[in-house]
Design a protein around this ligand. Sequence first.
Ligand code: T6T
Length: 326
Amino acid sequence: MRKNTTLAMAAALALAFAAHGAAAEKLKIGFLPGVVDPFYQVMQLGVEKAAKDLGIDVVTQIPPTWGVEAQTPLLDAMVARGDLNYIITAPTDKDQLIGPLQAAVDHGIKVITVDTYLGDGDYVKGPVKFPISYIGSDNVEGGRIAARGLAKAIGGKGTVYINSTNPNVSSVEGRAQGFKELMAKEFPDIKVLGPDFNLDDENKAVQQTAAILAREPNLAGVFGTNVFSAGGAGTAVVNAGLGGHVQVVAYDATKQAIELMNKGVVSLVLAQKPFDMGYMAVMFAAADAAGVTSLPRRVETGFAIIDKDNVKDPAVARFIYQVPGK
Ligand code: T6T
């Protein structure tokens, strides 16, 4: 009897020790965003805050330029480390990153996509099912919001132009699609040109927009689909002395976009919520590791729509992409 009690106690102690050991084993997450820019820098703040709150280690690698060539080697190196449980990433191409991310899964790493998705983004019924979730903006809806804003700014008629980054990127592709569809449906007197692809290079966006301004003297507006596109478009309009005559709608709430708005060049700014995307992705990894099985496969993080009338409102201004010290 006594022997049995001692054995039972030893077993209980061993179990308790094992459970404690498992709890003490920290999760390690790889964070691999799209490129160095204020949007992903704010997302990184969200990732780091959640990791701190939850006691998780994060390894971050940020590609210096946009694209599969820059992102894939960093991803392969993350997989090769052998110590990561999850990778949180923004695939820079919706098809070409499927293989490299599937390889991560084959190595026992779970994948969460933020900002951009793989395949058609439907991880339940679509062709790509392995990511735990896609956490990001509804970019088609964002494109519609941009279209309505630009249509209003130019009085419902005229020619407008889209400057974008790369083909086959779910985020900017969705924005251009939503923009074009809405214009075709609701504003028949607006003609849409583009998109031109600047390959996420702001100087190229300046040149492309300058070329359109020269070619289309009656151009009424420009939609810049991200940080670099909108920054380049705004700069080209200023350089041409057309601020206020050619309206710009900017996707992404950088300080530059807000300054251009304050100067009357940009009429509307769409702020995404990159902090939320980063924070929630880490929370999802922690929840998945804890055994949660009902995480949504798609989370829409929403927008703050900023114009000159609400930009001073702290409830809106908090969504401008602020990175301490930058
Ligand atoms: O607009 C964001 C992001 O949503 C997009 O996928 C790529 O460009 C940005 O990072 C801005 O530069």
